[in-house]
Design a binder for this molecule. Structure first.
Ligand SMILES: Cc1cc2nc3c(=O)[nH]c(=O)nc-3n(C[C@H](O)[C@H](O)[C@H](O)COP(=O)(O)OP(=O)(O)OC[C@H]3O[C@@H](n4cnc5c(N)ncnc54)[C@H](O)[C@@H]3O)c2cc1C
Length: 387
């Protein structure tokens, strides 16, 4: 599958899961044209779960060992979600250490304009604007030249990327930017031209990143990255009618992070996709993202889209019950909050590192399936673990 199209019908999404090849994934996932799953827009939007993906792989006969790398990547997602649950809004501040030498708190203009001069990154940014997706390595390279080379603080740049991503997820996004910038890791993430060429199929030379790794910490910000750009995001929400509500029935609240068509499917209920302007003022997203969310909601029978605040829903207290799915972005929802489907429901809280989280996850997989995803558990160099 090419990332240029992200189908939205549920059957087509199941077909994307069916096409996943975890063996090829583990070998070539670092390459920008490699066999990654392209599932993040559906996982982030809560249409499918990581657990569902694992079950589908096992049902197809793949072993845990064959699926190990993909399971570990999905575990990164859950790890960041757990960090968010625990730290709440503190994930939008420097989590561990304040990194110094910051030049400004904006997105570098050359990053905004896709004119950094690093061909692969510029193409990645253009694709992000056009298709709403960027390969993980390109996200890391982009974040690295923004925070490490251009010395911009990570927060506004992370909002810029989040704005455009169909898979925008506040935890994965914010924590990953902090991981690259060095405020949620022991050191900053450096990339050089050789690494970019290797994974992006380019052959560029003599760029500001054409250096040995030991030279990179001494690199002055190149002129092309010094100018701060202006990024003023707004979310354009659709104008909607007041929803038709039956106060005899429960109310099920959906949002851009819960679009699961199978959630409480057999419950007779009012189903509302709630697009709260206050949420999108705080975490703006592009029109493309809003269109994507609404298209995904079409898989949910009887759902009504409502642009408005929760308090604008008439006589909320009169519903016999209000249900939503637990999510840190919506602590203000009333009523019963169903658990999300986790790969590792029992592993909660903040861990000192992803590896302490992963060690527990591996034990859990062994307990559940009698098999370990890696022959020698977690034998992965820490500094390269995210690659
Ligand atoms: C700076 C930066 C910003 C990011 N922002 C987001 C974001 O807003 N939303 C988002 O979903 N991911 C984000 N990621 C993580 C990762 O880049 C994407 O999840 C991945 O590229 C999605 O594409 P895929 O589904 O084809 O990935 P695959 O490689 O096929 O991975 C399968 C699934 O595993 C999970 N996953 C894989 N890699 C990671 C990772 N490094 N961290 C967390 N989960 C991972 C995702 O759920 C993904 O769908 C970010 C990474 C970086 C470096």
């Amino acid at each position: 599958m090419q990332f240029k199209t992200f189908p939205t019908s549920y059957q087509a999404i199941l077909d994307v899961i069916d096409a996943v090849d975890p063996v090829a994934y583990s070998r070539y996932r670092n390459h920008v044209d490699g066999p990654v799953t392209y599932l993040s827009p559906y996982i982030s939007r809560g249409v499918i779960s990581t657990k569902q993906v694992l079950n589908a792989l096992l049902e197809k006969g793949y072993t845990l060992k064959q699926s190990g790398k993909l399971i570990q990547e999905m575990a990164w997602r859950e790890y960041f979600q757990r960090v968010w649950q625990s730290l709440e809004d503190d994930i939008f501040r420097d989590i561990r250490s304040r990194y110094t030498g910051i030049r400004h708190a904006q997105v570098p203009k050359a990053v905004l304009d896709a004119s950094t001069g690093i061909e692969a990154i510029d193409q990645g940014i253009k694709d992000l604007y056009q298709y709403g997706y960027m390969h993980n390595h390109l996200r890391m390279y982009t974040a690295s030249i923004t925070c490490v080379t251009a010395k911009a603080h990570w927060l506004n740049p992370s909002k810029w990327m989040y704005y455009h991503l169909l898979d925008g997820d506040l935890a994965s996004n914010s924590c990953s930017w902090q991981w690259v910038a060095g405020s949620f890791s022991s050191k900053q993430y450096y990339c050089n031209q050789e690494n970019i060429n290797k994974y992006c199929g380019t052959n560029q030379k003599n760029t500001f990143l054409d250096k040995e790794y030991h030279e990179l910490p001494l690199l002055e910000t190149p002129a092309v990255l010094t100018e701060a750009g202006t990024f003023n995001p707004v979310t354009i929400l659709p104008a909607t009618q007041a929803p038709q509500l039956d106060h005899e029935l429960p109310l099920l609240l959906y949002n851009g992070y819960n679009l699961d068509p199978n959630w409480r499917k057999d419950t007779k209920a009012n189903r509302i996709l709630l697009l709260e302007p206050s949420h999108f003022r705080e975490y703006p997203v592009s029109e493309k993202v809003i269109r994507f969310i609404i298209a995904l909601a079409e898989n949910i029978e009887g759902i009504q889209v409502f642009t408005g605040e929760l308090a604008d829903l008439p006589e909320l207290q009169k519903f016999p019950a209000v249900y939503s799915k637990e999510h840190p972005a919506f602590p203000h929802y009333p009523g019963i909050k169903d658990e999300r489907d986790w790969l590792f429901p029992g592993i909660q809280g903040v861990h000192s590192s992803f590896f302490s989280y992963w060690k527990k996850s591996e034990r859990e997989l062994f307990r559940l399936y009698g098999e370990s995803p890696f022959p020698r558990p977690a034998k992965i160099k820490r500094q390269h673990a995210y690659l």
